[in-house]
Design a protein around this ligand. Structure first.
Ligand SMILES: [Zn+2]
Length: 84
């Protein structure tokens, strides 16, 4: 059993009717569906969050990347900033 877990969604996607915790019998099905969902969510999201899929054991977790508020050079690169 493989599951798609939507870990967090932004304000604009809270209004959508995307179902959470969808279950699949095969890994292929789950991963295809997860990718499809992410693509859909990225087009529906108007606040420009970047959703991505992360594979964790038998689950595919969908979440958006949250910017860290670390001080950096001002280019928004956060903790990966090379100027730190
Ligand atoms: Zn959004």
């Amino acid at each position: 059993m493989y599951k798609i877990v939507i870990a967090n969604r932004c304000e604009c996607l809270k209004k959508s009717d995307i179902k959470n915790h969808q279950k699949f019998d095969t890994k292929d099905e789950a991963s295809n569906k997860a990718l499809e969902l992410v693509k859909f969510m990225n087009t529906q999201c108007t606040c420009k969050k970047e959703y991505e899929v992360q594979e964790i054991f038998n689950n595919f977790m969908i979440k958006f990347y949250e910017e860290e508020k670390a001080p950096c050079c001002g280019n928004g690169c956060g903790s990966s900033c090379t100027a730190l």
